[in-house]
Write a protein that binds this ligand. Structure first.
Ligand code: ASP
Ligand code: MG
Length: 423
C-alpha cells in the first residue's frame, strides 16, 4: 500500500439520506486501496436547520428552539434507522450527540453570537461523520473517525476563522497515519486551546485543501451532483459544455468574475503544492469529471460565461468637468471601502468614471449620498454584468442579443458587458 494520501470531499447533497450514504460508501470502498482522507459536510440542509436553532436561541424563542432541534434530531434518526436498524452500537454515540446538542443549546454568560454559532453549528458535521464512519466499518472498511476540532487549528475569528497551517500540520501528521480511511468533518476547526471555530459557509472544500496541503496528498476529489465544471451555468446559458481541464490560474480568474467553480481560497493551497483538484460526479462515479491543475488554461479551449445580476452602474464626473485623476480615484475607492461595497468592473474616460457594483438596498443609497458630496452622480439599476473568458465573436453576439449594452470592456482574454436585459 502506498503512503500517499488522496483526499475526497463529500458535500451535503451527497449524504442527504440513507441511499446517498450508501452510494458515498460504495465510492469509498471502490477507492480504498490507497490511504484516503474523507471530508464530509453536514447531511442535506442540516447547517441551515442548525442556523434556525441558533437564531431561536438568540431571539429567546423557546418554542422555535424546541421544534427546530427536534427537526435536526428526527432527520438524523430516520437516516440512522434506515442504515443500521433499531438496535446497533452506533445509536449510543448518536443519541449522546443529541443530548449534548440539547444541553449546549443556550447562550452562555457574556457569550458572543459568533462563539455560540461555532459551538452549535458543528453538530451537523459531527453527526454526518459518525454515521459515515460507522457505515464504512459496517462494510468492512478500516475507517478511523477524526475530530477536526482537535486537528484543524485556527485563530479565534469566529465564523470565518483562519487556519494555522503549521500547527495544523503537526497535529494532522500525528493523528492521520497513512493507513485505511480517515473520516473528518469539513468546515470545522478550533483555536489552539480548543474553542470551536468554523471556516465560513461552504467551507468543507477548503478543509479538503488544508488536509491535502499538510499531508502532501496526490489529489483532491470533490464529489458533486454535477458531472464536472461546465463553461457556464446551464440554467442561464445554452450549449454549455463540460471542461476536461482548467489551470489553477484560470480557476481563480473564473471564480473572481463570479463563477461558482471552486472558491479561490480552496485553490490557493493546492496551487502552492501543485496538488490537482478533480470535480467528479457522485451520480456517475466512473466518469472523469474536470481536473484543475497546473498547465493549459482550458481544455477544450472554449468561451466561458458568467452572469452577475442585480448590478447598479454608477457614473461619476467632477462638477467642473475637470479630468478625473488619481486623487479623485483614491477618494472614490476610499468611499467604496468605507461603505463596504466591492466594485465588479470600472471604466474611465477623461471626465468620468463608471463602476458596476452589486446593488444593495441599504449600502447603495448611503454610497450615492456620500459621493454626491464631491461629484456629479448618475446611476442605473437592474443591470446585468456578463463576463466571457476566452471570448469569440459568436460568444459576444450571443450576449449582446440579450439586451441594451450600457458599458463594454475588452481585454485580451476577457470581454465584459453591463447590459439592460430585455425579458
Ligand atoms: N455544512 C457547511 C455549510 O453548509 C459547510 C459545507 O457544506 O461546506 O455551509
Ligand atoms: Mg453544506
Amino acid at each position: 500500500m502506498s503512503d500517499v494520501f488522496r483526499v475526497y470531499k463529500f458535500g451535503g447533497a451527497s449524504v442527504k439520506d440513507a441511499a446517498a450514504v450508501r452510494n458515498v460508501s460504495e465510492i469509498i470502498v471502490n477507492h480504498a486501496e490507497e490511504p484516503l482522507v474523507v471530508v464530509v459536510s453536514a447531511m442535506g440542509k442540516t447547517t441551515n436547520a442548525l442556523e434556525t436553532v441558533i437564531a431561536a436561541i438568540m431571539s429567546k424563542d423557546e418554542s422555535l428552539l424546541h421544534s427546530s432541534i427536534q427537526v435536526v434530531i428526527d432527520f438524523h434518526r430516520v437516516i440512522v434507522e434506515e442504515l443500521f436498524g433499531a438496535s446497533h452500537p452506533v445509536w449510543s454515540s448518536i443519541e449522546g450527540m443529541f443530548t449534548e446538542m440539547r444541553s449546549q443549546a443556550t447562550l452562555r454568560v457574556d457569550e458572543k453570537y459568533g462563539e455560540l454559532y461555532d459551538r452549535l453549528i458543528g453538530f451537523g458535521e459531527m453527526l454526518s461523520t459518525q454515521i459515515v464512519d460507522a457505515y464504512l466499518k459496517e462494510m468492512g472498511i478500516d475507517s478511523t473517525w477524526q475530530n477536526a476540532q482537535e486537528l484543524i487549528v485556527t485563530n479565534a475569528d469566529h465564523r470565518r476563522a483562519t487556519v494555522d497551517f503549521e500547527k495544523t500540520e503537526i497535529r494532522v501528521r500525528e493523528a492521520v497515519t497513512p493507513k485505511g480511511v480517515h473520516v473528518i468533518q469539513g468546515f470545522l476547526g478550533a483555536t489552539e486551546s480548543g474553542k470551536p471555530t468554523t471556516l465560513g459557509r461552504e467551507g468543507s472544500d477548503y478543509t479538503a485543501a488544508v488536509m491535502a496541503f499538510v499531508l502532501n496528498a496526490a489529489e483532491v476529489c470533490i464529489w458533486k451532483d454535477v458531472p464536472g465544471v461546465l463553461t457556464g451555468d446551464p440554467k442561464v446559458f445554452d450549449d454549455v459544455i463540460q471542461l476536461q481541464t482548467i489551470s489553477f490560474r484560470e480557476a481563480i480568474e473564473l471564480a473572481y468574475y463570479g463563477a461558482s467553480v471552486i472558491h479561490p481560497k480552496t485553490i490557493q493551497p493546492l496551487q502552492r503544492k501543485e496538488i490537482p483538484l478533480r470535480v467528479r460526479s457522485f451520480v456517475n462515479p466512473t466518469a472523469p469529471g474536470t481536473s484543475i491543475q497546473q498547465g493549459k488554461s482550458l481544455v477544450p479551449m472554449s468561451p466561458c460565461f458568467i452572469r452577475k445580476g442585480n448590478q447598479v452602474l454608477i457614473t461619476l464626473s467632477t462638477r467642473d468637468l475637470a479630468f478625473i485623476v488619481e486623487n479623485h480615484l483614491s477618494k472614490i475607492y476610499q468611499t467604496f471601502h468605507k461603505i463596504g461595497v466591492a466594485v465588479n468592473l470600472m471604466q474611465n474616460s477623461a471626465v468620468s468614471s463608471s463602476f458596476s457594483i452589486n446593488n444593495d438596498p441599504i449600502l447603495i443609497p448611503q454610497l450615492l449620498e456620500e459621493l454626491r458630496g464631491d461629484f456629479t452622480v448618475k446611476h442605473n439599476e437592474d443591470l446585468t454584468l456578463y463576463t466571457i473568458r476566452h471570448y469569440d465573436a459568436a460568444a459576444v453576439n450571443s450576449i449582446k442579443n440579450r439586451g441594451e449594452v450600457f458599458l463594454e470592456q475588452v481585454t485580451r482574454h476577457t470581454h465584459q458587458m453591463v447590459l439592460k436585459e430585455v425579458q
